[in-house]
Design a protein around this ligand. Sequence first.
Ligand SMILES: Cc1cc2nc3c(=O)[nH]c(=O)nc-3n(C[C@H](O)[C@H](O)[C@H](O)COP(=O)(O)O)c2cc1C
Length: 405
Amino acid sequence: MTLADRKILLIVAGGIAAYKSLELVRRLRERGATVRAVLTRAGAEFVTPLSLGALSGDKVYQSLFDLTDEAEMGHIELSRDADLLVVAPATADLLAKMAGGHADDLASTVLLATDKTVLVAPAMNVRMWEHAATRRNVAALAADGIAFVGPNAGDMACGEFGPGRMAEPAEIVAAIAALLAPAGQALAGRHVLVTSGPTHEPIDPVRYIANRSSGRQGHAIAAAAAAAGARVTLISGPVTIPDPAGVTTIHVETAREMLAAAEAALPADIAICAAAVADWHVVGAGAEKIKKDASGTVPAFELAENPDILATLSRHPGARPRLVVGFAAETSKVVERATAKLARKGCDLVVANDVSPASGVMGGADNTVHLVFPGHVEDWPKMGKTDVARRLVARIAELIEERDS
Ligand SMILES: Cc1cc2nc3c(=O)[nH]c(=O)nc-3n(C[C@H](O)[C@H](O)[C@H](O)COP(=O)(O)O)c2cc1C
Protein backbone atom coordinates (compact mmCIF):
# COMPACT_ATOMS: atom_id res chain seq x y z
CA MET A 1 0.00 0.00 0.00
CA THR A 2 1.70 3.17 -1.09
CA LEU A 3 1.38 6.52 0.59
CA ALA A 4 3.77 8.15 -1.87
CA ASP A 5 3.68 11.94 -1.80
CA ARG A 6 1.16 12.02 1.02
CA LYS A 7 1.98 14.48 3.79
CA ILE A 8 1.20 13.48 7.35
CA LEU A 9 1.42 15.84 10.31
CA LEU A 10 1.95 13.57 13.31
CA ILE A 11 1.22 15.00 16.74
CA VAL A 12 2.83 13.04 19.56
CA ALA A 13 1.35 13.75 22.99
CA GLY A 14 2.53 12.75 26.46
CA GLY A 15 1.72 9.08 26.99
CA ILE A 16 3.73 5.92 27.45
CA ALA A 17 2.64 4.78 23.99
CA ALA A 18 4.68 7.61 22.41
CA TYR A 19 7.46 5.07 21.80
CA LYS A 20 5.17 3.27 19.33
CA SER A 21 4.89 6.50 17.32
CA LEU A 22 8.55 6.15 16.39
CA GLU A 23 7.70 2.85 14.71
CA LEU A 24 4.67 4.54 13.12
CA VAL A 25 6.93 7.21 11.56
CA ARG A 26 9.21 4.50 10.17
CA ARG A 27 6.31 2.58 8.64
CA LEU A 28 4.77 5.70 7.09
CA ARG A 29 8.07 6.71 5.53
CA GLU A 30 8.62 3.18 4.21
CA ARG A 31 5.38 3.66 2.30
CA GLY A 32 6.60 6.90 0.81
CA ALA A 33 4.78 9.37 3.06
CA THR A 34 6.35 12.60 4.24
CA VAL A 35 6.05 12.88 8.00
CA ARG A 36 6.37 16.11 9.92
CA ALA A 37 6.11 15.85 13.69
CA VAL A 38 4.76 18.06 16.45
CA LEU A 39 5.76 17.01 19.96
CA THR A 40 3.91 18.28 23.03
CA ARG A 41 5.84 19.34 26.14
CA ALA A 42 4.64 16.19 27.90
CA GLY A 43 5.37 14.13 24.78
CA ALA A 44 9.02 15.18 25.00
CA GLU A 45 9.15 13.51 28.43
CA PHE A 46 8.57 10.16 26.68
CA VAL A 47 10.40 10.41 23.35
CA THR A 48 13.12 12.83 22.39
CA PRO A 49 12.84 15.33 19.54
CA LEU A 50 16.14 13.84 18.34
CA SER A 51 14.64 10.34 17.82
CA LEU A 52 11.50 11.71 16.22
CA GLY A 53 13.45 14.09 13.97
CA ALA A 54 15.97 11.41 12.94
CA LEU A 55 13.17 9.04 11.93
CA SER A 56 10.98 11.64 10.23
CA GLY A 57 13.96 13.25 8.48
CA ASP A 58 12.60 16.67 9.33
CA LYS A 59 12.71 19.11 12.19
CA VAL A 60 10.34 18.51 15.08
CA TYR A 61 8.00 21.34 16.02
CA GLN A 62 7.50 21.88 19.74
CA SER A 63 6.67 25.48 20.56
CA LEU A 64 3.93 27.86 19.50
CA PHE A 65 6.11 30.84 20.31
CA ASP A 66 9.33 29.83 18.55
CA LEU A 67 10.31 32.84 16.48
CA THR A 68 12.35 30.88 13.93
CA ASP A 69 9.68 28.22 13.46
CA GLU A 70 6.98 30.84 13.12
CA ALA A 71 8.99 32.70 10.49
CA GLU A 72 9.90 29.54 8.52
CA MET A 73 6.66 27.58 8.82
CA GLY A 74 3.87 29.37 10.67
CA HIS A 75 1.55 27.26 12.78
CA ILE A 76 -1.33 27.80 10.36
CA GLU A 77 0.79 26.66 7.43
CA LEU A 78 1.98 23.67 9.44
CA SER A 79 -1.58 22.47 9.86
CA ARG A 80 -2.75 23.30 6.34
CA ASP A 81 0.26 21.91 4.49
CA ALA A 82 -0.57 18.31 5.49
CA ASP A 83 -2.98 15.90 3.80
CA LEU A 84 -3.92 14.39 7.14
CA LEU A 85 -3.31 15.15 10.81
CA VAL A 86 -2.66 12.14 13.04
CA VAL A 87 -2.55 12.33 16.83
CA ALA A 88 -0.73 9.30 18.23
CA PRO A 89 -0.79 8.84 21.09
CA ALA A 90 -3.80 11.07 21.82
CA THR A 91 -3.84 11.69 25.58
CA ALA A 92 -6.98 12.26 27.63
CA ASP A 93 -5.74 15.81 28.09
CA LEU A 94 -5.32 16.52 24.38
CA LEU A 95 -8.72 14.96 23.56
CA ALA A 96 -10.28 17.27 26.18
CA LYS A 97 -8.55 20.28 24.67
CA MET A 98 -9.67 19.32 21.18
CA ALA A 99 -13.26 18.77 22.32
CA GLY A 100 -13.23 22.14 24.09
CA GLY A 101 -11.61 24.00 21.20
CA HIS A 102 -8.56 25.05 23.24
CA ALA A 103 -5.47 26.45 21.58
CA ASP A 104 -2.92 27.04 24.32
CA ASP A 105 0.05 25.18 22.85
CA LEU A 106 1.31 24.24 19.37
CA ALA A 107 -0.50 20.86 19.15
CA SER A 108 -3.93 22.15 20.18
CA THR A 109 -3.58 25.30 18.06
CA VAL A 110 -2.62 23.32 14.95
CA LEU A 111 -5.56 20.96 15.54
CA LEU A 112 -7.97 23.88 15.86
CA ALA A 113 -6.56 25.73 12.85
CA THR A 114 -6.69 22.81 10.44
CA ASP A 115 -9.12 22.26 7.61
CA LYS A 116 -7.89 18.69 7.05
CA THR A 117 -9.11 15.32 8.30
CA VAL A 118 -7.85 14.44 11.77
CA LEU A 119 -7.25 10.85 12.91
CA VAL A 120 -6.67 10.20 16.61
CA ALA A 121 -5.20 7.11 18.26
CA PRO A 122 -6.14 7.42 21.94
CA ALA A 123 -3.92 5.83 24.58
CA MET A 124 -4.53 6.02 28.29
CA ASN A 125 -5.27 4.13 31.46
CA VAL A 126 -8.56 2.24 31.26
CA ARG A 127 -10.17 4.37 34.04
CA MET A 128 -9.22 7.55 32.18
CA TRP A 129 -10.73 6.14 28.95
CA GLU A 130 -13.92 5.10 30.73
CA HIS A 131 -14.26 8.32 32.73
CA ALA A 132 -17.48 10.21 31.98
CA ALA A 133 -15.46 13.28 30.93
CA THR A 134 -13.46 11.30 28.33
CA ARG A 135 -16.66 9.60 27.11
CA ARG A 136 -18.20 13.06 26.57
CA ASN A 137 -15.10 14.36 24.81
CA VAL A 138 -14.83 11.33 22.52
CA ALA A 139 -18.53 11.56 21.61
CA ALA A 140 -18.15 15.29 20.85
CA LEU A 141 -15.07 14.71 18.70
CA ALA A 142 -16.71 11.84 16.79
CA ALA A 143 -19.71 14.12 16.16
CA ASP A 144 -17.27 16.78 14.89
CA GLY A 145 -16.00 14.29 12.29
CA ILE A 146 -12.72 13.32 13.99
CA ALA A 147 -11.71 9.78 12.97
CA PHE A 148 -10.64 7.29 15.64
CA VAL A 149 -8.39 4.24 15.53
CA GLY A 150 -8.39 2.14 18.72
CA PRO A 151 -7.86 2.11 21.60
CA ASN A 152 -7.57 -1.64 21.99
CA ALA A 153 -8.18 -3.78 25.02
CA GLY A 154 -5.27 -5.58 26.62
CA ASP A 155 -2.62 -5.49 29.33
CA MET A 156 -1.54 -1.93 29.99
CA ALA A 157 1.78 -0.44 31.03
CA CYS A 158 0.11 0.64 34.30
CA GLY A 159 -0.64 -3.01 35.16
CA GLU A 160 -4.39 -2.79 34.54
CA PHE A 161 -6.41 -4.52 31.82
CA GLY A 162 -9.05 -3.10 29.50
CA PRO A 163 -9.55 -0.64 26.67
CA GLY A 164 -6.98 2.14 26.52
CA ARG A 165 -3.99 0.62 24.76
CA MET A 166 -2.97 2.53 21.65
CA ALA A 167 -3.68 0.85 18.30
CA GLU A 168 -0.64 -0.90 16.84
CA PRO A 169 1.38 1.08 14.26
CA ALA A 170 0.25 -1.24 11.42
CA GLU A 171 -3.36 -0.62 12.39
CA ILE A 172 -2.81 3.15 12.40
CA VAL A 173 -1.11 2.95 8.98
CA ALA A 174 -4.12 1.03 7.62
CA ALA A 175 -6.52 3.63 9.05
CA ILE A 176 -4.41 6.40 7.47
CA ALA A 177 -4.42 4.61 4.11
CA ALA A 178 -8.18 4.11 4.30
CA LEU A 179 -8.70 7.81 5.01
CA LEU A 180 -6.27 9.04 2.38
CA ALA A 181 -6.82 6.55 -0.40
CA PRO A 182 -10.18 4.84 0.00
CA ALA A 183 -10.16 3.83 -3.64
CA GLY A 184 -6.41 3.19 -3.86
CA GLN A 185 -4.98 0.10 -5.50
CA ALA A 186 -3.73 -1.59 -2.35
CA LEU A 187 -4.98 -5.01 -3.52
CA ALA A 188 -4.07 -4.74 -7.20
CA GLY A 189 -3.16 -8.15 -8.65
CA ARG A 190 -4.76 -10.10 -5.77
CA HIS A 191 -7.65 -12.51 -6.03
CA VAL A 192 -10.00 -12.06 -3.09
CA LEU A 193 -12.72 -14.57 -2.26
CA VAL A 194 -15.61 -13.26 -0.16
CA THR A 195 -18.60 -15.17 1.22
CA SER A 196 -21.63 -13.15 2.24
CA GLY A 197 -25.24 -13.38 3.37
CA PRO A 198 -27.14 -16.22 5.01
CA THR A 199 -27.62 -19.74 3.77
CA HIS A 200 -31.04 -21.31 3.33
CA GLU A 201 -31.27 -24.94 4.37
CA PRO A 202 -34.37 -26.56 2.86
CA ILE A 203 -36.89 -28.38 4.99
CA ASP A 204 -38.94 -29.22 1.92
CA PRO A 205 -39.31 -27.51 -1.50
CA VAL A 206 -41.10 -24.48 0.00
CA ARG A 207 -39.75 -24.14 3.54
CA TYR A 208 -36.24 -23.52 4.81
CA ILE A 209 -34.11 -22.72 7.86
CA ALA A 210 -32.50 -19.27 7.56
CA ASN A 211 -31.00 -16.47 9.65
CA ARG A 212 -31.28 -12.68 9.70
CA SER A 213 -28.03 -11.90 7.84
CA SER A 214 -28.64 -9.29 5.11
CA GLY A 215 -25.29 -9.71 3.33
CA ARG A 216 -24.64 -5.97 3.65
CA GLN A 217 -21.31 -6.33 5.45
CA GLY A 218 -19.93 -9.04 3.15
CA HIS A 219 -21.12 -7.28 0.00
CA ALA A 220 -19.57 -4.00 1.22
CA ILE A 221 -16.27 -5.86 1.77
CA ALA A 222 -16.40 -7.31 -1.75
CA ALA A 223 -17.06 -3.82 -3.16
CA ALA A 224 -14.24 -2.28 -1.09
CA ALA A 225 -11.80 -5.01 -2.19
CA ALA A 226 -12.74 -4.38 -5.84
CA ALA A 227 -12.29 -0.64 -5.32
CA ALA A 228 -8.83 -1.45 -3.92
CA GLY A 229 -7.93 -3.10 -7.22
CA ALA A 230 -8.54 -6.78 -6.36
CA ARG A 231 -10.18 -9.36 -8.61
CA VAL A 232 -13.08 -10.36 -6.40
CA THR A 233 -15.22 -13.50 -6.38
CA LEU A 234 -18.25 -13.03 -4.14
CA ILE A 235 -20.19 -16.12 -3.13
CA SER A 236 -23.52 -14.90 -1.92
CA GLY A 237 -26.29 -16.68 -0.10
CA PRO A 238 -29.88 -15.56 -0.78
CA VAL A 239 -30.02 -11.77 -0.22
CA THR A 240 -32.22 -8.93 -1.42
CA ILE A 241 -29.40 -6.43 -2.03
CA PRO A 242 -27.86 -5.96 -5.51
CA ASP A 243 -24.62 -7.60 -6.66
CA PRO A 244 -21.72 -5.15 -6.17
CA ALA A 245 -20.33 -3.59 -9.36
CA GLY A 246 -17.05 -4.93 -10.70
CA VAL A 247 -17.29 -8.19 -8.76
CA THR A 248 -17.95 -11.75 -10.01
CA THR A 249 -20.92 -12.85 -7.94
CA ILE A 250 -21.94 -16.50 -7.60
CA HIS A 251 -25.34 -17.12 -6.05
CA VAL A 252 -25.84 -20.16 -3.86
CA GLU A 253 -28.45 -21.28 -1.41
CA THR A 254 -27.08 -23.85 1.03
CA ALA A 255 -23.88 -24.17 3.05
CA ARG A 256 -22.85 -27.19 0.98
CA GLU A 257 -23.27 -25.20 -2.25
CA MET A 258 -21.34 -22.29 -0.72
CA LEU A 259 -18.40 -24.55 0.13
CA ALA A 260 -18.39 -26.11 -3.34
CA ALA A 261 -18.41 -22.65 -4.97
CA ALA A 262 -15.66 -21.41 -2.64
CA GLU A 263 -13.40 -24.38 -3.42
CA ALA A 264 -14.10 -24.00 -7.14
CA ALA A 265 -13.00 -20.35 -6.94
CA LEU A 266 -9.55 -21.25 -5.52
CA PRO A 267 -6.74 -20.34 -5.77
CA ALA A 268 -7.20 -17.03 -4.00
CA ASP A 269 -4.72 -14.82 -2.17
CA ILE A 270 -7.22 -13.83 0.47
CA ALA A 271 -10.46 -15.44 1.70
CA ILE A 272 -12.90 -13.38 3.75
CA CYS A 273 -15.69 -15.55 5.16
CA ALA A 274 -18.35 -13.05 6.14
CA ALA A 275 -21.38 -15.25 5.38
CA ALA A 276 -23.63 -16.36 8.22
CA VAL A 277 -23.54 -20.03 7.31
CA ALA A 278 -26.13 -22.29 8.90
CA ASP A 279 -24.53 -24.85 11.22
CA TRP A 280 -27.00 -27.58 10.33
CA HIS A 281 -29.16 -28.81 7.49
CA VAL A 282 -32.25 -30.98 7.56
CA VAL A 283 -31.57 -34.61 6.76
CA GLY A 284 -33.67 -35.98 3.94
CA ALA A 285 -35.31 -32.69 2.86
CA GLY A 286 -37.40 -34.15 0.09
CA ALA A 287 -38.94 -32.99 -3.16
CA GLU A 288 -42.44 -33.19 -1.72
CA LYS A 289 -44.03 -30.53 0.50
CA ILE A 290 -44.59 -31.89 4.00
CA LYS A 291 -48.33 -31.95 4.63
CA LYS A 292 -50.09 -31.25 7.90
CA ASP A 293 -51.16 -34.51 9.46
CA ALA A 294 -54.92 -34.77 10.18
CA SER A 295 -54.08 -36.54 13.44
CA GLY A 296 -52.12 -33.46 14.62
CA THR A 297 -48.74 -35.23 14.66
CA VAL A 298 -45.95 -32.63 14.52
CA PRO A 299 -43.04 -33.61 12.24
CA ALA A 300 -39.63 -34.09 13.82
CA PHE A 301 -36.61 -33.01 11.81
CA GLU A 302 -33.26 -34.66 12.02
CA LEU A 303 -30.39 -32.18 11.63
CA ALA A 304 -26.90 -32.92 10.39
CA GLU A 305 -23.85 -30.69 10.66
CA ASN A 306 -22.97 -28.57 7.64
CA PRO A 307 -19.41 -28.47 6.31
CA ASP A 308 -17.26 -25.81 7.96
CA ILE A 309 -16.27 -23.45 5.14
CA LEU A 310 -13.88 -21.33 7.21
CA ALA A 311 -12.05 -24.35 8.65
CA THR A 312 -11.92 -26.05 5.25
CA LEU A 313 -10.34 -23.02 3.58
CA SER A 314 -7.99 -22.44 6.54
CA ARG A 315 -6.70 -26.01 6.40
CA HIS A 316 -6.99 -26.52 2.66
CA PRO A 317 -4.32 -29.06 1.70
CA GLY A 318 -3.37 -27.68 -1.71
CA ALA A 319 -4.69 -24.17 -2.03
CA ARG A 320 -4.96 -22.42 1.34
CA PRO A 321 -5.33 -18.69 0.67
CA ARG A 322 -2.36 -16.83 2.18
CA LEU A 323 -4.72 -14.91 4.43
CA VAL A 324 -7.96 -16.39 5.74
CA VAL A 325 -10.32 -14.08 7.61
CA GLY A 326 -13.34 -15.37 9.50
CA PHE A 327 -16.30 -13.56 11.00
CA ALA A 328 -17.83 -14.38 14.37
CA ALA A 329 -21.39 -13.31 15.04
CA GLU A 330 -21.96 -13.56 18.78
CA THR A 331 -24.66 -12.44 21.14
CA SER A 332 -22.44 -12.50 24.28
CA LYS A 333 -18.77 -12.96 25.30
CA VAL A 334 -17.99 -11.67 21.81
CA VAL A 335 -14.18 -11.43 21.98
CA GLU A 336 -13.75 -14.53 24.16
CA ARG A 337 -15.71 -16.69 21.74
CA ALA A 338 -14.00 -15.19 18.70
CA THR A 339 -10.61 -15.97 20.27
CA ALA A 340 -11.67 -19.60 20.68
CA LYS A 341 -12.96 -19.63 17.09
CA LEU A 342 -9.63 -18.33 15.78
CA ALA A 343 -7.79 -21.24 17.36
CA ARG A 344 -10.43 -23.81 16.41
CA LYS A 345 -10.69 -22.87 12.73
CA GLY A 346 -7.03 -22.20 11.99
CA CYS A 347 -7.69 -18.87 10.27
CA ASP A 348 -5.44 -15.80 10.58
CA LEU A 349 -7.93 -13.28 11.89
CA VAL A 350 -11.48 -13.30 13.21
CA VAL A 351 -13.64 -10.20 12.85
CA ALA A 352 -16.00 -10.42 15.79
CA ASN A 353 -19.28 -8.57 15.93
CA ASP A 354 -22.01 -8.38 18.53
CA VAL A 355 -25.24 -9.44 16.84
CA SER A 356 -27.47 -9.40 19.91
CA PRO A 357 -30.88 -7.87 19.07
CA ALA A 358 -29.94 -4.68 21.00
CA SER A 359 -26.92 -4.10 18.71
CA GLY A 360 -29.09 -3.79 15.58
CA VAL A 361 -26.23 -5.27 13.51
CA MET A 362 -28.24 -7.99 11.76
CA GLY A 363 -29.92 -6.18 8.89
CA GLY A 364 -28.81 -2.76 10.19
CA ALA A 365 -26.46 -0.20 8.62
CA ASP A 366 -23.82 -0.01 11.40
CA ASN A 367 -21.39 -2.46 12.91
CA THR A 368 -18.99 -2.49 15.86
CA VAL A 369 -16.20 -4.97 15.28
CA HIS A 370 -13.20 -6.36 17.12
CA LEU A 371 -10.30 -7.78 15.13
CA VAL A 372 -9.09 -10.86 16.99
CA PHE A 373 -5.54 -11.92 16.06
CA PRO A 374 -3.43 -14.59 17.75
CA GLY A 375 -2.15 -12.63 20.76
CA HIS A 376 -3.95 -9.32 20.41
CA VAL A 377 -7.31 -7.68 19.75
CA GLU A 378 -8.07 -4.46 17.90
CA ASP A 379 -11.33 -2.79 18.97
CA TRP A 380 -12.86 -0.57 16.33
CA PRO A 381 -15.48 2.08 17.08
CA LYS A 382 -19.05 1.81 15.79
CA MET A 383 -19.06 2.62 12.06
CA GLY A 384 -21.23 2.24 9.01
CA LYS A 385 -20.78 -1.15 7.32
CA THR A 386 -19.18 0.57 4.30
CA ASP A 387 -16.59 2.25 6.54
CA VAL A 388 -15.90 -1.06 8.32
CA ALA A 389 -15.42 -2.66 4.89
CA ARG A 390 -13.03 0.03 3.66
CA ARG A 391 -10.95 -0.04 6.79
CA LEU A 392 -10.92 -3.82 6.92
CA VAL A 393 -9.73 -4.00 3.32
CA ALA A 394 -6.96 -1.49 4.09
CA ARG A 395 -5.98 -3.53 7.18
CA ILE A 396 -5.99 -6.75 5.16
CA ALA A 397 -3.83 -5.13 2.45
CA GLU A 398 -1.38 -4.18 5.19
CA LEU A 399 -1.34 -7.76 6.53
CA ILE A 400 -0.76 -9.36 3.14
CA GLU A 401 2.00 -6.87 2.42
CA GLU A 402 3.64 -7.74 5.75
CA ARG A 403 3.55 -11.42 4.72
CA ASP A 404 5.17 -10.56 1.39
CA SER A 405 8.09 -8.71 2.98
C1 LIG B 1 4.49 8.05 33.38
C2 LIG B 1 3.31 8.78 32.81
C3 LIG B 1 2.56 8.18 31.84
C4 LIG B 1 1.44 8.81 31.30
N1 LIG B 1 0.73 8.17 30.35
C5 LIG B 1 -0.38 8.76 29.86
C6 LIG B 1 -1.16 8.10 28.87
O1 LIG B 1 -0.84 7.00 28.42
N2 LIG B 1 -2.27 8.71 28.43
C7 LIG B 1 -2.67 9.93 28.90
O2 LIG B 1 -3.72 10.41 28.48
N3 LIG B 1 -1.94 10.59 29.81
C8 LIG B 1 -0.81 10.03 30.31
N4 LIG B 1 -0.07 10.70 31.26
C9 LIG B 1 -0.48 12.03 31.67
C10 LIG B 1 -0.12 13.06 30.61
O3 LIG B 1 1.28 13.02 30.34
C11 LIG B 1 -0.52 14.46 31.09
O4 LIG B 1 -1.94 14.51 31.16
C12 LIG B 1 -0.01 15.57 30.19
O5 LIG B 1 -0.48 16.81 30.68
C13 LIG B 1 -0.48 15.40 28.76
O6 LIG B 1 -0.05 16.50 27.99
P1 LIG B 1 -0.29 16.58 26.41
O7 LIG B 1 -1.69 16.13 26.19
O8 LIG B 1 -0.10 18.01 26.08
O9 LIG B 1 0.72 15.73 25.76
C14 LIG B 1 1.06 10.08 31.78
C15 LIG B 1 1.84 10.69 32.75
C16 LIG B 1 2.94 10.05 33.26
C17 LIG B 1 3.75 10.73 34.32
